[in-house]
Design a protein around this ligand. Structure first.
Ligand SMILES: [Zn+2]
Length: 469
């Protein structure tokens, strides 16, 4: 070992022990160039010389990426590990990582003593954590602990910690909600999260009008203190304070000419919650079990059934409810009419959209209720038409289809989205949220942003109908 360095290193030992805590806060490039020179503790200088020597030597950190087609085996050779060390490293890393599926974005960092010997190898195969493998102090001789047992490589999983902060954002619509919330990279996630919350009440493609107001209180996540040997992972955050992503939206409001909405996040169970309006009504909407008072179910949802008219075996993507002609048919959930008119084999039919996920279809109607036409909002239980036998039907019945994310599902077996009113015991939580977030929502400054599409602010014309972007 490097006994000629001992006088210097033992003197520095105390200072290093004190300084180690702060190192994590420094950018890694500075960690070994700027040594604090304050306190030197006598007792530390007198402690076990070998220990002191090890901890006293400042470590250098080298950063690499696995790269396209790279393997951990190749990298460990490149960083100068011996054949024995490479085998050990691969075997211990294999316990924590799927080595065959490491992405080229995987970062690797090596800590070395000034003489070049590696102290540890850290591998970051995902954003949130990394694996640090500590190498035995002396790789050529079998290292021994105080108890006399030999120490091999040791692996530990090091999770990264995050700081959550609360931010507000607000804007005035000139062309779209995305424009109102800005076009920064984080705004894209914010716009999506915002749209998800209001999908049942505000159709962000159709409803927005120039002058509408968008407000949101949300969490941002930044990286907390970072270990000085933190490897990179693609372009994921590596520095303390660096932006990681948006967390939950805590409160949001939409004040529009056509649609309004307000939402507060209420945690109903630990880390599980929903959005409710100021009265405790859920933002998510539920579906009625059936759209009418029917006599019987004449045909169920099936992937292969013989069509009674055509005699062909085809899937029946819906349920047929037999009922007398003229029986009122109601919307099973709040929604907006996509179409109301002749619909091929379905005859006279109504199609409703409910949020971004669901569409319901009501077919073979004799006629439509008053005011039922494309674009109109309907509420759950509202009569939209009357049972008939228009289109391809043998007798009066309602054909009812539920489409979820583009695929027909069985309405009789569908899992209703949870949409219960907020429990009474949680009303104080909701009220506390309102007290806390309402002032932020009300006072936040609304900015008028330039739409990147044309590069100039659009004049606010309250009569314009926007198609969204
Ligand atoms: Zn049918």
């Amino acid at each position: 070992m490097k006994s000629n360095f001992r006088p210097l290193t033992t003197l520095l030992a105390g200072a290093i022990v004190l300084a180690l805590g702060c190192w994590a806060l420094w950018p890694s490039e500075q960690a070994y160039t700027a040594l604090p020179t304050s306190a030197t503790d006598e007792s530390a200088a007198n402690s076990d010389a070998a220990d002191a020597e090890l901890s006293a030597q400042p470590l250098e950190v080298e950063h690499l990426f696995l790269g396209q087609g790279g393997t951990l085996a190749a990298v460990s050779e490149r960083i100068g590990l011996s054949a024995d060390e490479r085998i050990q490293l691969l075997s211990i890393a294999d316990e924590h990582l799927d080595l065959r599926r490491l992405s080229p974005r995987t970062g690797i960092s090596v800590q070395r003593r000034p003489d070049g010997t590696a102290v540890s190898v850290a591998i970051r195969a995902e954003k949130e954590r990394f694996v640090r493998v500590s190498l035995p102090p002396s790789p050529t001789e079998a290292a021994e602990s105080e108890s006399g047992e030999s120490i091999g490589m040791q692996a530990e999983i090091v999770p990264l910690n995050y700081r959550t902060e609360i931010e507000t954002e607000g804007g005035i619509v000139t062309s779209s909600v995305a424009q109102a919330l800005g076009h920064l990279s984080q705004s894209q996630f914010l716009t999506q999260a915002y749209a998800d919350i209001f999908q049942w009440d505000v159709d962000l493609l159709v409803d927005p009008r120039p002058g509408d107001e968008v407000r949101v209180v949300y969490e941002t996540r930044t990286l907390g203190e970072v270990p000085h040997d933190l490897p990179r992972f693609g372009d994921a955050a590596v520095r303390s304070g660096e932006f990681v992503g948006i967390g939950r939206i805590l409160a949001a409001r939409y004040d529009g000419a056509v649609a309004d909405g307000v939402a507060y996040w209420v945690e109903e169970e630990p880390s599980a919650g929903n959005y409710f309006d100021d009265e405790g009504k859920p933002l998510r909407k539920s579906f009625l079990k059936s759209p009418l008072n029917y006599r019987r179910i004449s045909s169920r949802f099936s992937k292969a059934r013989r069509n009674p008219v055509t005699r062909k075996v085809v899937p029946h993507h819906g349920v047929d409810f037999a009922a007398s002609s003229g029986t009122p048919v109601t919307a099973t959930a709040d929604g907006r009419i996509i179409s109301a008119g002749w619909d091929g084999p379905l005859g006279k039919a109504v199609r409703l959209r409910h949020g971004g996920e669901y569409v319901t279809i009501y077919g073979h109607l004799r006629g439509f209720a008053r005011g039922i036409k494309s674009g109109v909002e309907v509420s759950q239980g509202q009569v939209i038409g009357y049972v008939g036998s228009t289109g391809r039907a043998t007798g009066p019945h309602l054909h009812y289809t539920v489409v979820k994310n583009g695929r027909a599902i069985d309405p009789l077996k569908m899992k209703n989205p949870t949409a219960k009113r907020l429990e009474e015991r949680l009303m104080p939580t909701l009220n506390a949220s309102r007290l806390r977030w309402d002032p932020l929502l009300t006072e936040l400054e609304l900015s008028t942003r330039v739409d990147v599409a044309d590069g100039k602010p659009t004049a606010v014309d309250p009569n314009a109908v926007l198609s969204g972007s």
